[in-house]
Design a protein around this ligand. Structure first.
Ligand code: DP6
Length: 325
């Protein structure tokens, strides 16, 4: 008899080489490989309970019942799990986050990684890391990178079966810190899923995608050899290329706020002055400022002084998604 309830914790991740655009929207198969690190003290905790007496699947996020598209997306993952496990019972999904949703910190990544692990375990499946990563990918592409620990690569793959993420180095390999400069906590207007659908309308997307394997190799190498200067160069290039695509798609997407630009310019000036620091930005206005752990305190207090920065969240390199016993 399978264990009918399970709780899992997963960290969000910050991409150094970005995923932007799908070759198959339904299966979330990306047009390029990507690379990220998990964020250690930010997390989503999700409990899934299958119960044959429940009339329908339900979803609670941070104490509030969720309906509509959020619930439908969760039901799609529950259906995949039920199919694989030969289960028919409906599920209660209860989820909470310790970080703001919808502001460029990938809440969907942590959410679907935690859901894949908790739902499959509750249904009695014992999935491999690869299978969990593929399942999480179906909910949100970047979620496949929140299943393995540390520094994680998502290989785009040739098919559904080989599009999953794996760790290229454990969390302890290189103590980097992400100082997230929060310039706005307002929920973003255009979510990533919609944005992926617009990527191909930018005349710059082909150039971004064509050059992605080169950037991915450079970034992987910089991480493996802990070469911060090489890392900074390729991470900022990749971020700027994605935002160039966003800003030139039709309709155009501009995620930046004045505070975003202020932080980008400050980080560039600090690096020119010799500080080991660089920035990257996801589909939102907040800026992820990356630096070695020994520089984090100084970077955090300098960021906090910039006009427009509301607060600075700090996260080191996080481990894999895990079950809570
Ligand atoms: C800019 O994984 O959030 O953060 O698959 O539609 O849920 P969906 O998209 P999502 O896209 C992430 C976009 C990004 C870059 C990245 O994390 O690689």
């Amino acid at each position: 008899m399978p264990n009918l309830t399970a709780t899992a914790i997963a960290h969000p991740n910050i991409a150094f080489i970005k995923y932007w655009g799908n070759r198959d929207d339904a299966l979330r198969l990306p047009v390029n490989g990507s690379l990220s690190m998990n964020l250690d003290n930010l997390y989503t905790r999700t409990r899934v309970t299958f119960n044959p007496d429940l009339p329908a699947d339900s979803l609670t996020i941070n104490g509030k019942a969720a309906r509509g598209p959020a619930l439908i997306r969760v039901i799609e993952i529950l259906d995949l799990v039920r199919q694989q496990a030969g289960q028919t019972g409906r599920a209660a999904v209860v989820s909470s986050n310790n970080f703001p949703i919808g502001a460029g910190i990938a809440s969907s990544a942590a959410a679907f990684a935690a859901l894949a692990l908790s739902a499959s375990t509750a249904a009695g499946l014992e999935l491999s890391e690869q299978d969990l990563s593929r399942l999480a990918r179906r909910g949100s592409g970047s979620a496949c990178r929140s299943i393995p620990g540390g520094f994680v690569e998502w290989q785009m793959g040739d098919s559904e079966a080989d599009s999953f993420a794996f760790s290229i180095a454990p969390a302890a390999h290189w103590p980097l810190v992400d100082c997230v400069a929060v310039v706005s906590q307002v929920h973003k207007v255009t979510g990533s899923s919609e944005g992926h659908g617009l990527a191909a309308s930018s005349p710059l997307q082909n150039a971004r995608v064509g050059d992605a394997p080169r950037r991915l190799n450079l970034c992987r190498q910089a991480i493996l050899t802990k070469d911060f200067a090489a890392f900074a160069e390729v991470v900022e290039l990749d971020c700027n290329m994605m935002h160039a695509v966003m800003q030139t798609s039709s309709p155009a997407l501009l995620y930046w706020q004045p505070g975003t630009l202020a932080v980008m310019q400050a980080v560039t000036a600090w690096r020119t002055a010799g500080q080991t620091v660089c920035y990257t930005i996801d589909a939102g206005p907040n800026v992820h400022v990356l630096c070695p752990a020994d520089a984090a305190q100084q970077v955090q207090s300098k960021l906090a002084e910039i006009a427009g920065v509301e607060k600075v969240l700090i996260a080191g390199v996080g481990g894999p998604a895990r079950l809570e016993i």
